[in-house]
Design a binder for this molecule. Sequence first.
Ligand code: S3P
Length: 201
Amino acid sequence: MRGKQAPAPVAEIPCRAIFLVGFMGAGKTSVGRVLGQRLNWQFEDLDDRIEQREKRSIAEIFRNSGEPEFRRAERSALQDVLEELRSGSARIVALGGGAFVQKDNAAMLKASRVSTVFLDAPVEELWERCHRQTGEKGAERPLRQSLDQFRSLYRTRRQGYRQAAFTIQAGNREVDAIAAEIVEKLGLRKIAVRIEQGEVE
Ligand code: S3P
């Protein structure tokens, strides 16, 4: 490649499902939504699926049944998503902050050969972002208690997140720019939708 820069690495297998992982406040849901719109891929947030299945909020699950019960519900919801993806439908999934660092979840994702993308950012920024979020999720994150506790949880998890296939820097960047980088790095394609004939690639 004389005189030319090597191209950025692109995923070898055209993948049909992307799982966004990372700590609370990393922007998994916002980036996932934009990515879904750009690509015409379905987007879902695993925490929403858990809440619908359990018919109560994440905070209520933690409060009334504890974290182990939440993790059980999370694993089971993830199993369902992976089962649905076997039909080959394209999807972007935002995982909750603790999902990928559970070893059995990470193993299931690996065995399913889906792509995993870690959105990383400085922990102080993650803390601030959670603080600024006013929606029901921002207000109710059971595992965001004090800055010290948040920092220490981030430190214990970061190595786990780094096992994702791709790492993208999400600190101090616009959601659109992050989504664009994911599209490029993973070599993703938009699904064209034809109204009369249904969905085609
Ligand atoms: C959690 C993060 C939350 C949610 C639950 C547990 C965690 O999701 O799944 O409160 O263990 O970090 P977000 O990362 O979307 O806030």
